[in-house]
Design a protein around this ligand. Structure first.
Ligand code: PLP
Length: 384
């Protein structure tokens, strides 16, 4: 695979000893490289950094109002990218996507009802229903070679009369699929037939590594789907901004559902801060070229990683269509506790047990190639 010499993404920034959650968690264990939580080891776009400096220089940090053009710019991006026309009144502004998952579950039927999600799943999908007093119902997907598929028949069979909502992640953390239009149409038809709300977490929607696989917001499929949907989005994954303080939007076309959601967030889900607003505005308005270069870098990292994993004994990975997360199968590696063995070899991945499948680990390749090379070296060293 071609190495892009001189890419800004090749620069290694020392995060050890910084306030990074990713680099701090396992720091007590000596020389550990973390490739677990979904943030990238890249600096944010230069234009964002400049805007943040200017905002800090202003010096006054009273309560912040959203920049008037921010939502308009985001909605214009959605219209351009997906042909999805969104009324600004549908938007609820929030400090993060995760609060949206928990609020959505509180809007799903009544306590004691069921919320269904495909597994494996981002860990908050597994805890949000229970936190809202709903029952978590999971529906395992299946692997066909290097492709991970939702098992749509099984999912439909799992829906009961108590099921009120589907939690969906697209692009799909942790398996890296960008769900295709026909899969989404099947899911949407099921949700309409069984009267399910859809909460679709689309935070990874800019990170599309295969040019022929576009992102389709499920709510954009038609008004009947939109009317039962909550779509969650934030620019924080695309531009590596989660540590700035969250900014996200929930897109909720139905006024009744929006009211229920907003009522539950009142006084609990606080407003984003000034730095988060500024970073989001500049990122969405001015950093399209940076994002394109990032996606190309991630795609090259993905290609290289797939080649390397292919040569490892007993480990395999699904092809990553979107996100910077690889879902690695250790089922035939001979390791009984792969997470622990890798950690003992100086590598911290996300334990699949936390995501619904203990035979897998999730590897974050959103890092400079040099770091990824060290990650793979430690992975190789960990195997029997
Ligand atoms: C699917 C998904 N949703 C939400 C989040 C976090 O969102 P936020 O930081 O906006 O709460 C992540 C971060 O890993 C994620 O992968």
């Amino acid at each position: 695979m071609q190495r892009r010499d001189g890419s800004i993404f090749d620069a290694v920034t020392q995060r050890r000893g910084s306030d990074s959650a990713k680099w701090t968690r396992y720091a007590g264990g000596g020389d550990v490289i973390p490739a677990w939580v979904a943030d990238m080891d890249f600096a944010s776009p230069p234009a964002v950094l400049e805007a943040l400096h200017a905002r800090v220089d202003h010096g006054v940090f009273g309560y912040a109002a959203p920049p008037p053009e921010l939502v308009a710019i985001m909605l214009e991006r959605f219209e351009r990218s997906y042909g999805w026309s969104i009324d600004p009144s549908w938007i609820v502004t929030q400090p993060g996507v995760v609060p949206g998952l928990y609020l959505a579950c509180q809007c799903a039927g009544e306590p004691g009802d069921d919320v269904i999600t495909p597994v494996p799943a981002y860990h908050h999908f597994l805890s949000a229903p229970g936190h809202a007093g709903r029952n978590l119902v999971t529906s395992p997907g299946r692997r066909d070679g290097v492709r991970w598929d939702l098992d749509l028949d099984r999912l439909a069979d799992t829906v009961t009369d108590r099921t009120r909502a589907l939690l969906l992640c697209n692009p799909y953390n942790p398996v890296g699929r960008v769900l295709a239009r026909d899969e989404l149409e099947t899911l949407a038809a099921l949700c309409i037939e069984r009267d399910l709300m859809i909460c679709s977490d689309e935070i990874h929607c800019d990170l599309l590594l295969d040019r022929d696989k576009p992102h389709v917001p499920i709510a954009s499929l038609g008004p009947e789907v939109a009317a039962r949907s909550i779509t969650l989005f934030s620019p924080s994954k695309s531009f590596n901004l989660p540590g700035i303080g969250g900014f996200s939007i929930a897109i909720i076309p139905d006024p009744g559902l929006r009211r229920r959601y907003s009522e539950r967030s009142h006084g609990v889900s606080v407003h984003p801060g000034a730095l988060a607003y500024h970073a989001a505005l500049v990122a969405c308005r001015d950093c399209g070229d940076w994002l394109e270069a990032l996606v190309a870098y991630l795609a090259a990292n993905r290609d290289w990683l797939e080649e390397q994993v292919d040569a490892l004994p007993g480990v395999s990975m699904c092809h990553v269509e979107g996100t910077y997360l690889a879902w690695l199968d250790f089922g035939r590696s001979g390791l009984s506790r792969p997470f622990d063995t890798l950690l003992a070899n100086g590598l911290a991945l996300t334990d699949g047990a936390d995501l619904g499948d203990p035979s897998h680990l999730r590897l974050n390749f959103g890092c400079p190639r040099a770091t990824l090379e060290e990650i793979v070296a430690r992975l190789r060293k960990s195997l029997p």
